[in-house]
Design a protein around this ligand. Structure first.
Ligand SMILES: Nc1ncnc2c1ncn2[C@@H]1O[C@H](COP(=O)(O)OP(=O)(O)OP(=O)(O)O)[C@@H](O)[C@H]1O
Ligand SMILES: [Mg+2]
Length: 285
């Protein structure tokens, strides 16, 4: 493929998505370059999932354009869309593993896009793929769990299996929608560190939605803030303080109640930031 190496991995222009009365995305412009680690930060309902779902063609824009790896996504159908999706891995808040199957089989399902027909049982996968799946399990530290049922693992372990499954596609881009929202702080830190480590080693571009400001600042290269479907913040994470992020949210909050909601939802326990946000652990989803 003749791709310009300097072309952005992702370019959204005027991306707008309307569902009946709801404007989920409001003329969002966003460019992400190869190897960047970007966090989408925003309140519940701000449009994070909707934005991510446009990147791999799960949603069609009401207006505007979505270009991924040099191709226009909304026009894609069938084989071309499957081709694009094979280059874009996706991990979800609820892991989306098949509970009764073994860890290894779950990882192998990540390669289904490249195989013909359904697979029944481990024996039906080519040996080479099983070898690759075990290598990925080793990378996420779960080789010893390969033959255990997926639903017997802890949440953090299940998310690591989901990462290994995404790696089976050899993706160039990794999308993650609140990957640690269901995890305790320690597992969250492990999973986020793993994503960064793998992204650096494999040269992946990552777009990840998060709720926690402190985690976002310490983890991302760049933070994009969404509010009511609009991009209200787009800055390098380095040197950005918690107070600055909150201030930018605050500046566009239209009422005290809304500002309080922003502070509550985006606050993390034990944060050493300058803002005296109410520290309520149960609000870190
Ligand atoms: N399929 C749909 N039909 C109707 N409205 C939708 C649909 N999907 C999303 N919306 C609306 O679009 C807005 C943005 O939703 P989205 O799920 O993208 O938010 P989010 O930032 O991911 O929120 P959360 O943090 O709760 O996951 C919300 O108001 C939501 O109700
Ligand atoms: Mg969401």
């Amino acid at each position: 493929m003749n791709e310009n190496p300097n072309a952005p991995v992702l370019r959204l222009s005027g991306l707008t998505k309307r569902y009946d009365d709801t404007l989920a995305l409001d003329a969002v412009d966003l460019r992400v370059d190869r190897g960047e680690i970007v966090v989408l930060l925003g309140l519940s309902g701000s449009g994070k999932s909707t934005l991510l779902r446009h990147i791999n063609g799960l949603e069609t824009p009401s207006a505007g354009s979505v270009e991924v790896l040099g191709e226009s996504v909304p026009q894609m159908r069938g084989r071309r869309l499957r081709g694009l999706r094979s280059r874009v891995g996706f991990i979800f808040q609820q892991f989306e593993l098949v509970g009764p199957l073994t860890v290894l089989e779950n990882v192998l399902t990540g390669a289904l896009g490249a195989l013909r027909g359904p697979r029944l049982g481990l024996f039906s996968y080519p040996r080479e793929l099983k070898h690759r799946a075990l290598t990925h399990l080793d990378r996420v530290g779960l080789l010893d769990r390969a033959y255990q049922r997926a639903d017997t693992l802890s949440g953090g372990q299940q998310q690591r299996v989901a990462i290994a499954r995404a790696l089976m596609q050899n993706p160039e881009v990794l999308l993650a929608d609140e990957p640690v929202a269901s995890l305790d702080p320690e597992s969250s830190a492990q999973v986020m560190a793993l994503i960064r480590e793998i992204a650096a080693a494999d040269g992946l571009t990552v777009v990840c939605s998060l709720h926690q400001v402190d985690l976002a600042i310490s983890w991302a290269d760049r933070i994009v803030g969404l509010r009511h479907g609009s991009r209200v913040l787009d800055l390098p994470a380095e040197g950005l303080s918690r107070a600055e992020v909150m201030e930018i949210y605050g500046r566009v909050a239209t009422s005290t109640a809304e500002l309080e909601a922003v502070e509550r939802e985006l606050s993390a326990p034990g944060a050493g930031g300058a803002v005296s946000a109410v520290e309520q652990p149960e609000l870190v989803r």
